[in-house]
Design a protein around this ligand. Sequence first.
Ligand code: PEP
Length: 248
Amino acid sequence: MRIPVVAANWKMHGSVESIQAFLESLVDRFPSGESQVVVCPPFPLLPAAVLVASGSRVAIGAQNCHWENKGAFTGEVAPPLLRELGVAWVIVGHSERRQLFGERDETALKRAHAAQAAGLQVIFCVGETLEQRERDETLAVLERQTQGWQDLKPGLLTVAYEPVWAIGTGRTASPAQAQEAHAFLRRRLGEVMGPAAAGLRLLYGGSVKPDNAAELLGQLDVDGALVGGASLDVDSFSAIIRGAGGPG
Ligand code: PEP
């Protein structure tokens, strides 16, 4: 049984006041339940977020981390420092970092290894661009993006399939498109990582909203969602958590 994960990616939004209010409300609404809830605000908001979420079922995640634990890397953040702050999760390989900040498959993988070595749960993002989908390269891209994953720890890995053309565009993959990619990823990760891949949570991300969450998350190999825009509002994020199934 794979416990669903619903994760909020706040990107470069929010303030100390707004993350506190959001989390107070979220913690209140979901004192218990069947899915794992993760909220990933910008770095400076992490201490305030950890404080409010402490002792609740809501875990706090960062949106990136470096692959070294210390050194001359101005502007970067080390995984052990995130752990020291009480952060439990981290997103790596997000398409915005791949497209805007030069993230490559190799650097994303290095970040994931360092994060896991520090004990962080990694949400590793993969997904094709619109051009790649139109050229029928989706599965080949997913295969390439998961190369070298054999040494990742399955117990500290969650994968987010995020078709780039669906992120922040209001355009969502159909449930069938999502299931096809997720089933492929599960098979592929089975080849790369062995039987533990059957227990990996595979999240869908890309314009998930309260009105499409239940259908997307109802697909056989979709074990939750990574939510951007719709996670900024506590009502819509809560509705998506409910859509993930079970009583919350
Ligand atoms: C994301 O940033 O990971 C994302 C899926 O964004 P959105 O839900 O806004 O498409």
